[in-house]
Design a protein around this ligand. Structure first.
Ligand code: DGJ
Length: 699
């Protein structure tokens, strides 16, 4: 893409162009402030500023609003200077703006990645002699070319139903995507994509897209002015925000990652997936493929114990599972969700010999070992709470709202941060733990912090998250082999902030394979399938009571990072044999699924049929998954045309089940797969299959 900015005649930093990459000599006009449209529409409201302070009559969304000690709240940001640094991971530009009258500086950062992503963030610096208060701070404002036909895609949901994709026309006014909940949230994910109605599809047309790297309260405001200018302002949520800056202090905003393509929503997702794999994930640019996990949560819930976990581990290993994870219930007095959070010692009744015998056996079985924690939470019924009631977030003297019988620890406090680090470090040092499933099962309710002076109390929104990142970073530093999953009662904490410290995420507690088709489709709009953990669980499903056959449950889970959460000790020999075969199959396509390019061929929302395809980075392998959840009128499955292959290359065809891919030759060219396409023989309810295509001359 090309992103062009300039300094206008009023010293304002202004967007000139954001869109399709321009080649050759540029004829772009230089930046120029727009004239006042009417006495009601001053120049600042029409001019597409890169980062507008609230002042000068700005009636639209500001990027920054501050108040001075005397109550003055006018801020006029003029261009001061810029410097460019080229680094191994991209080129970075720092532009400094300064208030016309006071020593308030704003440093705007622009970092360009080879994967096609522009990262933008800001730093607000107080060089005045008094304390200023930041009342609103965005990472960036992005201005779109004028148009009256934009449509906004976003991902919304709730517990058990995350990642619902919505696309609506933009109309004059504000469309606000946000979380006020202290964390990323199930309700809205900090991702957006803007296309043009009638022009943008999955495979073609312009898409401007972005996502925020922040795991706390966030906001993306999409504003269409009444003269059809569209600007996107994203960063800290403005609700309840207040951050004092003493002389010399800085406030850094989260990073807003943005991109553009003219190849539709599919390509926008692929750019993001590649960027996450190459630049964001802890293992970037070569993150390790996700191991196949067994997790007993749905099978046992809190009823974990040595004998039960060992029986599950033995069986899981025989199926080809690579990692055994003990979920909630192993610690403190944790029998239900009423007690125990905060007491991170092994429950002696459930594990009388500690964790060692289980871990040793898991290793003997050829798997590594992981364990569940929920470090930021506390049950009032816990030793930790009895010792440190003041660590729980609350407004003193006001009722505290419990959720799942638990309270949130105030991780903005340094003593709480130290406690987290100490117990996690001890747990991982004393036990051979390869993996932590890091859960977070409620939102904030009373974000009070009375231990600091009044003006600083709202810093909790920023300090909590920065401390969370620091704990994760330090833990990984001390234990370089440790892997971590971000889970928040399902997909409540998935964003590019947490993904810098976590290797995978749990997209939803909803494991019903039919619901999962659309949940995973929505997830894939914004995040790589390489972090999308998907378990095969028992039927009838705990949420929808649906009875979906095992093979369908497996193929759905195989389109992400496959895991198993069934009570495998109860599987029949036939079920076990099928599972063993499918696990072995998955291992042959795992790196293509997790790290390749995803093509959403048939979206699950549109009909009872759906299909996804993954192509390895070097295009030596592709894998196609097809799903039919309920046949109507005996309709045959529609022709599938693959994408992203080498047209002239010859591919060897390896169907998971040849009877479901009738008439397919043993070898076929990429152009035939992409042109005439192929047929799948899927019939009845919950039928599915997979086909692998491997380049014949691949060395
Ligand atoms: C919510 C998670 O999403 C589940 O997978 C499970 O770990 C439970 N918490 C345990 O309390």
């Amino acid at each position: 893409m090309t992103y062009a900015i300039g300094v206008n005649d009023q010293k304002g930093l202004q967007t000139i162009y954001w869109g399709q990459r321009l080649e050759g000599p540029s004829t772009l006009v230089s930046a120029k402030a727009y004239p006042e449209a009417a006495s009601f529409d001053p120049s600042v409201s029409a001019t597409p500023l890169e980062y507008a302070g609230w002042g000068g009559g700005l009636p639209t969304q500001p990027a920054l609003k501050i108040s001075f000690p005397d109550g003055n709240r006018s801020l006029l940001l003029d261009y001061l200077d810029s410097k460019q640094t080229d680094g191994p991971n991209g080129d970075q530009l720092e532009i400094t703006l300064r208030d016309r009258l006071a020593e308030v500086y704003v440093h705007l950062f622009y970092k360009v990645y080879a994967t096609g992503i522009l990262a933008r963030w800001s730093q607000i610096e107080n060089r005045t002699k008094g304390v200023i208060t930041v009342e609103q701070a965005a990472s960036a404002t992005l201005n779109l070319p004028p148009s009256t036909s934009y449509e906004l895609s976003s991902l919304t949901g709730r517990w058990g139903a995350e990642w619902q994709l919505h696309t609506v026309p933009l109309v004059p006014g504000h469309s606000v995507l946000e979380s006020r909940r202290g964390s990323t949230s199930h309700q809205s994910n900090p991702w957006l994509a803007i296309g043009r109605t009638g022009e943008t599809t999955e495979t073609s047309g312009p898409v401007w897209f972005g996502e925020l790297g922040w795991s706390g309260s966030w906001q993306i405001d999409v504003e269409q002015t009444y003269s059809h200018r569209v600007k996107i302002t994203g960063g800290y949520n403005t609700f309840d925000f207040s951050y004092p800056l003493a002389p010399g202090q800085l406030l850094k905003t989260p990073i807003f990652y943005v991109g553009y393509t003219n190849k539709g929503h599919g390509e926008a997702s692929r750019i993001l997936h590649r960027f996450q794999q190459k630049q964001i994930l802890p293992g970037a640019p070569t993150p390790k493929p996700r191991p196949i996990i067994y997790n007993s949560w749905e099978a046992t819930e809190f009823n974990v114990n040595e004998a039960g976990q060992l029986a599950l581990a033995e069986k899981a290993a025989s199926l080809g599972v690579e990692r055994m994870v003990i979920d909630d219930g192993w610690f403190g007095q944790r029998v239900t969700d009423h007690a125990g959070l905060g007491d991170w010692y092994v429950n002696q009744t459930k594990f009388p010999h500690g964790l060692k015998p289980v871990i040793d056996r898991v290793h003997q079985l050829g798997m590594d070992f992981g364990i569940w924690v929920e470090p930021e939470m506390i049950n009032p019924d816990s030793d930790l709470y009895r010792k440190h009631p003041e660590w729980a977030m609350s407004f003193p003297g006001r009722p505290r709202t419990e959720a799942r019988n638990q309270l949130v620890l105030n991780l903005a406090r340094d003593d709480v941060k130290q406690y987290l680090l100490t117990f996690l470090d001890k747990l991982v040092s004393e036990n051979d733990i390869a993996f932590l499933k890091w859960d977070y099962n409620r939102n904030w309710s009373e974000p009070g912090w009375d231990a600091v002076p009044l003006p600083e109390q709202k810093e909790i929104y920023v300090r909590y998250i920065n401390n969370l990142y620091e704990v994760l970073a330090e833990l990984r530093k001390r234990h370089p082999k440790l892997e971590i999953e971000s889970c928040s009662g399902g997909g409540g904490r998935v964003d590019l902030g947490i993904l810098r410290y976590t290797d995978e995420v749990w997209p939803s507690d909803n494991t019903d394979a039919l619901d999962r088709l659309s949940i995973q489709d929505g997830f894939s709009q914004a995040y790589t399938p390489g972090v999308m953990v998907a378990w095969v669980t028992d039927v009838p499903n705990f949420l929808d009571r649906r009875n979906i056959p095992l093979e369908f449950r497996f193929t759905v889970a195989m389109t992400g990072a496959l895991g198993i959460g069934s009570d495998v000790t109860k599987w029949t020999p036939d079920e076990s044999a099928l599972a063993t075969r499918l696990v072995a199959f998955y291992k042959t396509v795992r790196s293509t699924v997790q790290q390749g390019a995803l093509y959403r061929l048939i979206a699950p929302e549109a009909s009872e049929q759906s299909a996804v395809e993954y192509v390895a980075e070097d295009r030596h392998q592709a894998v196609l998954f097809g799903f039919l959840h309920s046949q109507h009128y005996g309709e045959p499955f529609q022709t599938i045309r693959l994408q992203g292959l080498e047209p002239a290359a010859l591919y060897r065809v390896k169907p998971l089940d040849p009877s479901k891919a009738p008439g397919l030759p043993q070898q076929i060219t990429g152009s035939e797969l992409m042109g005439p396409g192929i047929s799948l023989h899927l019939i009845g309810d919950y039928d599915s299959t997979a086909i692998v295509f491997e380049k014949v001359d691949h060395k």
